[in-house]
Write a protein that binds this ligand. Structure first.
Ligand code: MG
Length: 280
């Protein structure tokens, strides 16, 4: 009976997987990477899509706000471009040296005997590069990224919409967000993207989701995740915890270590029991 109870504890932990956003979550906003990303996206819109420079700021804000990423919004309103080319333009020239190795975080992650996955809207090349700079490339079971949720771009020139949807005019005319064209791009905080990530991570409700974006955290909460907002100690609606830095995981979530230690104790006890029965 005692043995069954111990087994039950191992099979039903409170948490079984941690999902981590990457940018501005595993490294700080102060690296300046996200402001370079914004600048590069704006350059792409002007140079590659021919959008008037005077419209960029307002358009970028509207797309980001309504579609999760500017790229998802650009595709929704009718622009056609190659996803790989976009990512290489936006991420290829980032100052990755600004991301510093983080041996403290590496030790924290290594000590957490629980499945860990990256869940980012970024592309795989960017994710791998950033993780390598942090020295965390061997700390995660896998990376759920842009390519995981979006099939290869097989667009042809005729896929370009005959007319670009005027999103600024739509809102200026008091149009509703519900009437916006849909995007083919799946990304956070879209609930479909969150659910797809959970399926890939092997569905189970006992997951913790770390992200620096309030709207991503709120989307995570809507689908039942335990949520940790990173980058601020101010909790918001939808966040179960708020951490100024990812380094504070242990203080905010001591149960993670308790679960791991309990599981380890049971495994150790079983191992001793098996070894004893073999030698007896
Ligand atoms: Mg982020």
């Amino acid at each position: 009976m005692e043995f069954d109870e111990r087994c039950l504890k191992v099979q039903e932990p409170k948490f079984d997987c941690l999902l981590f956003d990457l940018d501005d979550t595993l490294y700080p906003l102060s690296s300046g990477i996200s402001s370079h990303v914004k600048t590069n996206i704006e350059a792409y819109m002007i140079e590659k899509l021919g959008i008037d420079e005077s419209k960029i700021e307002n358009l970028g804000n509207l797309l980001y706000k309504n579609y999760g990423t500017t790229m998802a919004g650009l595709r929704a309103i009718g622009y056609n471009f190659d996803y790989d080319e976009y990512h290489s333009f936006v991420h290829g020239r980032l100052p990755y040296d600004n991301i510093k190795p983080d041996p403290v975080l590496k030790q924290i992650l290594k000590n957490m005997r629980i499945r860990k996955l990256i869940f980012t809207n970024g592309d795989m090349i960017h994710a791998v590069r950033a993780l390598k700079r942090l020295g965390l490339e061997d700390c995660f079971e896998g990376i759920i990224c842009f390519e995981t949720l979006n099939p290869p771009c097989l667009l042809t020139p005729c896929d370009q919409a005959p007319e670009i949807f005027d999103i600024a005019g739509h809102f200026a005319g008091l149009g509703s967000a519900d009437d916006l064209p849909r995007t083919p791009v799946l990304c956070k905080p879209n609930v479909g993207a969150m659910e797809a990530a959970l399926r890939i991570a092997n569905v189970n409700p006992y997951k913790i989701f770390f992200d620096d974006s309030v709207r991503n955290i709120q989307a995570g909460k809507r689908i039942g995740l335990h949520t940790v907002l990173v980058g601020t100690s101010q909790r918001v609606k939808g966040a179960d915890h708020a951490l100024e830095s990812i380094h504070n995981i242990r203080e905010a979530l001591p149960e993670l270590w308790e679960e791991a230690e309990k599981a380890e104790d049971v495994l150790y006890a079983d191992r001793v029991a098996i070894e004893t029965s073999v030698t007896a």
